[in-house]
Design a protein around this ligand. Structure first.
Ligand code: ZN
Length: 805
């Protein structure tokens, strides 16, 4: 019994971690023999394989093939099919001097409902990929899922309202298709609710990570219908503050309610050649359909779409069910927790189990425990030094090592403080160590005030609450009081964020109240049941916190590993009574040391450079031709050349690569190697005056995927128009402005301005086409531990013109 008590912490931790990991796994995919009314990943994979055969960025020849496939499939499904050509725009800089534009070809299939006037359900995905990625997940998965959902809906009774399946073009280059649709397509007015499907990785569970305002009724519908739902309102709250965007951004801007789904595991495959149909996790695709099909079905059948209702606080519980409630219920839960904590504290003090001073030290100790974990994890993040794409992919390749390493470091740091509280400890050396760790954060990547501040606060807290022993009740109830304070603050500031705080708080408060109500019992059976109950609550809380923490770490852990400290805090109240038993045992300090050493070892392993065929790193090299200047280069935008890119740069009679800029297109120096000039037809660029107007006209060469037009005048330019239509493009005498145009019309693109009577303008255009120039020597095949990214293996060609008037 004594051994079990000592090991209880580890047993519950292992159980909780195991359950949490299981809960994070997607369901098994259904085969193509699944019943016709069901969503089958096996069936959807047929479309993924066609869509993701090759990279298909906007403007490429491949995207036309994908579009044809979509049109054919929608026709086969018997939907009302239409192509909706349009123009999407996006500001590419804050000063307004860089504009992105794309000629987009959105594809729409409408499944007609009984009431054609009723507001429709819009199911959205994008059918373009980035260059150099087949895009099986992003967004072949969403596109194929939409087709499978359309098929499944057709097998049921005719829906009440229309379901519009929108496949947008140009998402990857600035949400162009969605802009064109929501800003200018008359069909957009018919959309009453939007469901978007996205990917930022290629495996794991698909989460509903973003919704709109007044979502209460919509969340209730999702909770009622989605199978194995994944969602939580803290994620949505955090996502709103991040600079990430999907097509759903335009739906929200157009005041449409809706749900945005995405997966985020294995980001090594995000926007890379690894995102192939073979590697796509079919369970993830199944999980997407399991949630979206029933939601769309319900939305399409109900007589009224979910009305506006106060925002919900929501979370899935271990991926099984979705709990949701309005903010006032959050207050009631907090009041309940406060009551339980108050009852426990009074009983504990009256019974002599703790004192107010011990409670205060326990509260400060719980804060110390959290911040100590944050300090260690923040330092880990600093030392990993993710300062470039190459470095990022090194670590993404070993992301699981980092996740488990960070989890072990966070656990070890927490256990360290618990042990110090339980056994008593010195204060001088630990506080100096904390300051040193805080200072060490500035060793890599420059001065780091965050690390230094964390180190200082931890040092102060060590003086405040370490030293003599603190009893278990003081730490347990003090920790609960801390969580109660934080939950209350969150309930005031961002109610959606409370979902992760309040449930671990409530469960642990219940456990503490049970112990204090029954703790003195002489009945051994009651005592045993109580121990089991505390263990069960600890394991379940750890499981849920693991599921939340794993998902959150996948989202932002590489940016800031210290985010895991939040989950250390959340698991603490449930685990602290068990951790105390271990901390007071003879193995207390050994356990702390082993846990920290394991974490350190895993994080070091995660940080070692280790490209392999399974986990390749990024490479990039392309051809750049400036026929007007009689020059050509081979260029790589990598910070550091690898063997392949170096060999490629010098491979066609090139000189040793040097870092240089080529304004106005390349302003920060990149690796360039002057190479043999081969025939590359430039786009035609002309500048002329027509009355008051200045016309800059580009006729792209054959196969142009995108052109970037730059202009710089010494006079004021006003009333900018692109192909005759007004655009928002700022200009300033003496400074460059640019328009990047994707999928340009072969007949040409014209940018025009009204100008004063005299002036002078310089114009330059760079055009990208797929592949290396025909006459150039093709580079050798890439080694299997490297993969192309960005504009790699494309040909860029420049043309220039100027005019004075
Ligand atoms: Zn996408």
């Amino acid at each position: 019994m004594k051994t079990i008590r000592i090991l209880g912490f580890w047993i519950c931790l292992a159980l909780g971690l195991g359950l949490g990991v299981l809960a994070q796994r997607p369901p098994a995919p259904l085969s193509d023999k699944a019943p016709p009314g069901a969503f089958s990943a096996g069936r959807a994979m047929g479309d993924v394989r066609v869509i993701a055969r090759r990279p298909h960025p906007t403007g490429s020849a491949e995207i036309a093939r994908v579009r044809d496939h979509l049109l054919t499939r929608l026709g086969e499904l018997g939907l009302e099919v239409s192509m909706r050509p349009g123009e999407g725009q996006a500001a590419y800089s804050r000063d307004g001097r860089a504009l992105g534009v794309a000629a987009v070809q959105n594809v729409v299939g409408v499944l007609p409902g009984r009431d054609r006037e009723a507001p429709a359900v819009l199911v959205m995905s994008h059918y373009d990929s980035v260059s150099n990625s087949p895009g099986a997940a992003d967004d072949g998965m969403g596109t194929a899922a939409a087709l499978e959902i359309a098929r499944a809906l057709k097998t049921g009774p005719k829906p009440l309202r229309d379901v519009i399946f929108l496949f947008t073009d140009g998402e990857e280059v600035g949400l162009m298709g969605a802009d064109a649709f929501f800003a200018r397509d008359p069909l957009a007015a018919r959309a009453g609710v939007v469901v978007n499907m996205e990917a930022r990785g290629d495996s794991g569970r698909v989460a509903m990570f973003q919704t709109g305002p007044e979502n209460g009724a919509l969340l209730a519908l999702m909770a009622r219908t989605a199978q194995g739902p994944s969602a939580n309102s803290l994620a949505s709250t955090v996502y709103e503050k991040m600079p990430n965007h999907t097509d759903f951004t335009h739906a929200l801007a157009a005041k449409r309610p809706g749900l945005n789904f995405a997966l985020i595991d294995n980001q090594l495959a995000y926007h890379t050649p690894l995102s192939t149909p073979e590697r796509l996790n079919q369970g993830s695709l199944q999980h997407l359909g399991d949630q979206v099909l029933p939601v769309v079905q319900a939305l399409a059948r109900e007589t009224a779409l979910p009305p506006k209702a106060p925002n919900a606080i929501y979370s899935d519980l271990l991926g099984l069910i979705l709990i949701h409630y309005p903010a006032p219920v959050g207050w009631a839960l907090l009041a309940l927790a406060a009551g339980l904590i108050g009852f426990s504290a009074v009983r504990a003090i009256k019974g002599g189990a703790t004192t107010p001073l011990q409670l205060a030290r326990g509260l400060a100790g719980s804060l110390l425990l959290t911040l100590a974990a944050a300090l260690v994890l923040h330092l880990t993040g600093r030392l990993l030094a993710v300062d470039s794409g190459q470095r990022l992919y090194d670590i993404l390749g070993r992301f699981d090592l980092l996740l488990w390493g960070a989890a072990a470091l966070g656990t070890g740091a927490g256990l360290l403080i618990v042990t110090a509280l339980a056994r008593g400890s010195r204060r001088l050396w630990p506080s100096l160590l904390a300051l040193a760790l805080g200072g060490a954060c500035s060793l890599v990547g420059g001065f780091d005030p965050v690390g230094l501040g964390l180190g200082a606060v931890v040092a102060v807290l060590i003086w405040a609450c370490l030293g003599p022993k603190t009893g278990v009740m003081g730490v347990w109830l003090g920790g609960l009081a801390l969580l109660l304070l934080l939950s209350t603050a969150a309930q005031v500031l961002a109610p959606g964020a409370t979902v992760m705080l309040v449930w671990p708080l409530l469960v642990a408060s219940l456990g503490a109240a049970l112990v204090l109500a029954l703790g003195g019992t002489r009945d051994r059976r009651v005592a045993l049941l109580l121990t089991l109950a505390i263990g069960l609550l600890a394991a379940l809380t750890t499981a849920q916190v693991t599921a939340w923490g794993g998902w959150t770490f996948a989202g932002i852990g590489l940016m800031e590993p210290a985010v895991l400290a939040v989950f250390v805090l959340l698991a603490t109240p449930a685990l602290v009574p068990l951790a105390f038993d271990f901390a007071e045992s003879p193995w207390g300090w050994t356990g702390v040391g082993l846990t920290l050493a394991t974490g350190l070892g895993l994080c070091v392993a995660a940080g070692l450079p280790a490209a392999s065929p399974e986990r390749p790193n990024l490479t990039e090299a392309h051809h750049l031709s400036d026929p007007g200047a009689g020059k050509a280069w081979r260029v790589s935008t990598l910070p550091q050349l690898d063997a392949w890119s170096r060999a490629t740069l010098i491979g066609d009679g090139g000189l040793d690569p040097v870092r240089q800029a080529l304004p106005p297109f390349v302003n920060d120096p990149v690796w360039m190697s002057e190479t043999r000039l081969v025939t590359v037809d430039p786009p035609s660029l002309g500048v002329e005056r027509s009355g008051e107007r200045l016309l800059v006209r580009v006729i792209p060469g054959p196969g142009a995927e995108v052109l970037t037009l730059k202009i710089r005048a010494n006079a004021a330019l006003s009333d900018p128009r692109l192909n005759g239509r007004p655009v928002t493009l700022a200009s300033q005498p003496g400074a460059w402005s640019s328009v990047t145009y994707f999928a340009p019309d072969p007949n040409g693109v014209t940018l025009s301005f009204t100008t004063p009577a005299r002036g002078r303008i310089e114009a330059a255009v760079m055009e990208h086409r797929d592949g290396w120039p025909g006459e150039a020597r093709a580079p050798s095949a890439k080694p299997s531990d490297l993969m192309a990214t960005g504009m790699s293996d494309k040909t860029a060609v420049i043309a220039r013109a100027s005019l004075g008037w």
